[in-house]
Design a protein around this ligand. Structure first.
Ligand SMILES: [Ca+2]
Ligand SMILES: [Ca+2]
Length: 234
């Protein structure tokens, strides 16, 4: 630590600015700013979420690992990375953004949050080519461990906005390739172009996450576009 008082204050102020900037520089972060979302993340409060992604769903409550041209992108037991946002009861207020949450192929994701996050928050899930999905109600974060499962019933998502993956298992709709909160012809165009170019890799157009873009991806997008799938938020 620098021992010149003025410099110390400046150093702390700069570090604070860097942390705030990091929190609000995440892709897809909603409008906000210091004061509405600068509570620290990382701490002793455990948040366990259960969810399945339609695009990666393999059956029997398991998902395939999102892959690139060489195989699983994040490891054989990792479905994909998610961003989790906590919104307070005024939905436009974002109190925390957790990027790079690791969703396991068994549908579980665990992150740790600062103990000061002890209110009730809507849990919002963002995934690179899925529809933004929100918990049906604000969830109490008063306890040291918070558990929330989206998959057992459509009503666990705001607006009942999930796909039935198999009886008793519901998942987050696939196919929002351009992340504009609706699955439509724009997404189909992106998949079509990538498919025609025989693109491979960890790409947003790869809706089923197998590392190649082809008619299987188009089928998922086409089906959800026909259902007019879109994000439903409070
Ligand atoms: Ca879209
Ligand atoms: Ca694919």
């Amino acid at each position: 630590m620098i021992r010149i008082p003025g410099k110390t204050v400046l150093c702390i102020a700069m570090m604070t600015l860097m942390v705030v900037a990091e929190v609000f520089s995440q892709p897809g972060a909603p409008p906000g700013g210091p004061g509405s979302g600068d509570l620290p993340i990382g701490g002793g409060k455990e948040l366990n979420i259960g969810l399945f992604l339609q695009g990666l769903y393999a059956g029997n409550m398991m998902m395939n690992p999102a892959s690139d041209e060489n195989g699983p992108k994040w490891g054989a037991d990792v479905a994909d990375m998610l961003t989790i946002e906590l919104h307070d009861q005024v939905y436009t207020n974002v109190v925390a953004i957790i990027s790079n949450g690791t969703l396991k192929t068994n549908g579980s994701i665990t992150v740790f949050l600062h103990d000061s996050l002890d209110g009730s928050y809507y849990i919002t899930i963002r995934h690179r080519n899925s529809i933004l999905t929100v918990s049906s109600n604000p969830v109490s974060f008063a306890a040291g461990t918070v558990n929330y499962s989206f998959y057992p019933a459509p009503g666990k998502a705001y607006g009942n906005n999930m796909a039935m993956l198999e009886p008793g298992v519901y998942g987050i709709y696939a196919g929002d390739v351009n992340q504009d909160d609706v699955v439509d012809s724009s997404d189909m165009g992106l998949v079509d172009n990538a498919s025609n170019a025989f693109l491979t890799g960890y790409l947003a157009a790869d809706v089923n996450g197998d590392g190649i873009i082809d008619s299987n991806d188009m089928g998922l997008v086409d089906n959800n576009a026909n259902l007019f799938v879109m994000a439903v938020t409070p």
